[in-house]
Design a protein around this ligand. Sequence first.
Ligand SMILES: Cc1ncc(COP(=O)(O)O)c(C=O)c1O
Length: 426
Amino acid sequence: MDQTTRAEADLREKARNYLPGGSFGNAPEFVIVEGEGGRVRDASGREYVDYLLGSGPMLLGHNHPEVMEAVRAQLERGATFFANSPPGILLAEAICKAMPCAEKVRYTSSGSEATLYAMRAVRAFRGRSKILKFEGGYHGMNEYALMSLAPKRHANGTNPIPDSAGIPEVIENEILVAPYNDLEAVKAIIEEHHDALAGVVMEPLQRIITPRPGFLQGVRELTSKYEIPLVFDEIVTGFRLSYGGGQEFYQVVPDLCTIGKIVGGGFPLAALAGREDIMRHFDAEAVGPERFLPQIGTLNGNPIAASAGLATLDVLSRGDAYERLFENGRRLMEGLGKAMGDAGVESQITGEPCLFEIVFTGAPIVDYWSVENGDKKKLSMFNSLLAEHGVIKASSKFYVSVAHTDEDIDLTLQAFDAVAKEIAKH
Ligand SMILES: Cc1ncc(COP(=O)(O)O)c(C=O)c1O
């Protein structure tokens, strides 16, 4: 690939000078200047096929004409009002029509806030405080979510391991942790703790780990039995696995869900949505002051973000967007598996076609530890070599887009072959 230009070197130096760790906290290895469809260009002018996709929102690809047109139209009318506005109201209607569990919607600016409020809402509803989450499950950066997200050691029973400095110890007492895909373990925890539990929070597709047949159904049955709200964090899976998200794709309907990424069309917008009797805690008149859950945010339901989200959902709800998305993903997953197999590199391809990853291991991928025990050095080598071959991805997954063309996929498959041969030498 071409050399790094002076302009990029200068930007990198400024980043080191003015940003902790030289980054926004996200993907510091790239300085991306622009994107079009399934490609992005960096500050040195290098073009990449993009499977980072802004960490997932850009399902329709970058600079989608209909989304940009909707954004420009709203920009002419004003950027933000701190009041109800048409795009946010219409987007709430679209969400309720799309997501099986959604009867009412509340907006936030980020997914981390949406999961924070989802947990608070089920606490308000149940009048209990503990949350059961899954080891390795990601729910953003709030205190309750940063528990056993990426533990480096096995936890003691259901006790969580905090993932960040600065989290008060008392929070640990409020979270119980279960292994994903282990229904017997979930059953034992719920049977023992049901009276203290406010809710169970989970990603229906946990990162890149698919649910075992019957697992989500089993969790749904257990939570229903004890009347514990089940929250699906669909910030990644909403409008991605299908238009109705993971709950439609896997045919298991939670009581509440969080959505983000795609629903904001690339702008800062997320939401929680769900059963009316839980969501009514955001309405002081409906529940009274003692049970009311205030939720004020300067940019909640921001009209530009909501316009982008509405246009994105409009495109997704018609035509063959999902067929195209899954066809692209299937070609990539198969091609990657074949490239590694032909080169004799031990690996597993895991996830669903719209979102998948390679794990360098011989063992099947069923839970956090089966991913964690994969060869991380090889993964990092894979990511760097791919970038050298003009393909970028998130550090731990491929996000596939509707906008990736056959040419993008062909180029990626060639890169897979070349990279697999290089990895085989190590
Ligand atoms: C499942 C899940 N939940 C929550 C979040 C947090 O969303 P945000 O980055 O918008 O705060 C993410 C972000 O990647 C996510 O993947």
